[in-house]
Design a protein around this ligand. Structure first.
Ligand code: PMP
Length: 393
């Protein structure tokens, strides 16, 4: 029997949970007033906003007044990076070469406007090159910006060490935690980061809402100056979005034991998928497999089959995955993440990303394992000779 559509693209976005939809609907129909209004309905919206902020803060272990709600992680990243230019009388930015496409584009734009930007390379296994980081983080740097987990490979970045390096040089650390939050626990207070970007739609919340966490005492410049968010972000508060964000956050305010069980459940299915494909097909190469990575992410190529060929077969089987970052898919350029890892272009264009959720089942993974090898084998026979099987180191 063919199951319904199988969604293995959770790093692109996740379906909103029922609790999130309920919370949003309730605020759209009942608490729709402007939270800045003085009348009773406005006061009720303001109370709801405060309650939602507290729930988001509890999940991320930060203070409620450290949460600045934004339209998502893209805006939070812009607020962090643009705000850093000239901050503390320093101008230079340091970021990793494997940042999200939106951040890489922003950095190029800032560079074209004469902001000094240095990029820390990735190693062949997808990890950050810490020797380069040490060489680049100097007292000319205002901000170091590195993601917590890569959106394509899932490889985890050394945030604690970067916080030490940045602070020793008198610089601040911004962490784009968009892909980590929801898949592993995140503790702002313990992270050492000064600024953190988060997006609700990556963990069953709504799209168009996120936050920049700003360490208490840091007077960070606003991207949109105005009254709301204590002067840090203008615009009528998106209470339905914030309430949906809070409902998603509450569902993930979990004990360490529950987090562990959740993460190991996902890792078990991810490993089963990778091992099953490697057993059934020649030339399966998994990127970042030897590095610590998110439990849900698998980024691989099948010999020299182009990602579009693999995705077409997955589509036929009712399986949704993606070719690397959805935000850069469709372009002819190879993934900058794989390029930074030294993967040649003709191999990088073959990379397909599967990203699971805690709701992914063994039978969904087994559906892929039962049908994908048979669908790809004839294509492989017709394509170039494949490279030897194994794991990309
Ligand atoms: N940073 C990373 C690492 C991401 O994966 C994404 C989403 N693809 C973003 C930022 C942008 O997030 P949003 O959709 O909330 O703007």
């Amino acid at each position: 029997m063919t199951p319904g559509p199988i969604y293995l693209d959770h790093n692109a976005t996740t379906p909103p949970s029922a609790a999130v939809v309920d919370a949003m609907l309730s605020h759209m129909t009942r608490t729709w007033a402007n939270a800045s209004s003085q009348h009773e309905a406005g006061q009720a919206a303001r109370v709801a906003l405060g309650q939602a902020r507290a729930r988001v803060a509890r999940m991320l272990n930060c203070r409620p007044n450290e949460v600045v709600f934004t339209s998502g992680a893209t805006e939070a990243n812009h607020m962090a990076l643009r705000g850093a230019v000239g901050f503390n009388g320093r101008g230079a930015l340091v970021a990793s070469a494997g940042e999200h496409a939106g951040v890489l584009k922003l950095l190029s734009q800032l560079q074209a406007d004469a902001v000094p930007v240095a990029r820390i390379g990735l190693r062949a296994d997808g990890q950050l090159d810490l020797d380069q980081a040490r060489a680049l983080i100097s007292d000319a740097v205002s901000l170091v910006s590195v993601m917590a987990a890569n959106n394509e490979t899932g490889v985890l970045m050394p945030i604690g060490e970067l916080a030490r390096l940045a602070h020793a040089a008198g610089a601040l650390l911004h962490v784009d935690a968009t892909q980590l939050v929801g898949k592993l626990p995140f503790d702002f207070a313990a992270s050492g980061a000064d600024l953190v970007s988060v997006s609700a739609h990556k963990f069953h919340g709504p799209k168009g809402i996120g936050a920049l966490l700003v360490r208490q005492g840091l007077n960070w410049p606003a991207l949109f100056p105005g009254a709301q968010e204590r002067g840090r972000r203008a615009g009528t508060e998106n209470l339905p979005g914030v309430a949906g964000f809070a409902a998603a956050a509450e569902a993930l305010t979990l004990s360490p034991e529950v987090w562990l069980a959740r993460a190991s459940g996902m890792a078990h299915l991810r490993d089963r998928l990778e091992a099953g494909l490697q057993r059934a097909l020649p030339g399966v190469v998994v990127y970042g497999a030897t590095a610590p990575r998110l439990p849900n992410t698998s980024y691989l190529r099948v010999g020299r089959l182009h990602a579009d060929q693999v995705l077409a077969q997955l589509d036929r089987l009712g399986v949704m995955a993606s070719s690397g970052s959805a935000c850069s898919a469709g372009g002819l350029a190879a993934s900058p993440v794989l390029t930074a890892m030294g993967v040649p272009r003709d191999e990088a264009v073959c990379a397909v990303r599967f990203s699971l959720s805690a709701d992914t089942t063994a039978s969904e993974v087994d559906h892929v394992l039962s049908h994908l090898p048979g669908a790809l084998m004839p294509l492989m026979a017709a394509s170039d000779p494949v490279s030897p099987p194994g794991v990309f180191a």
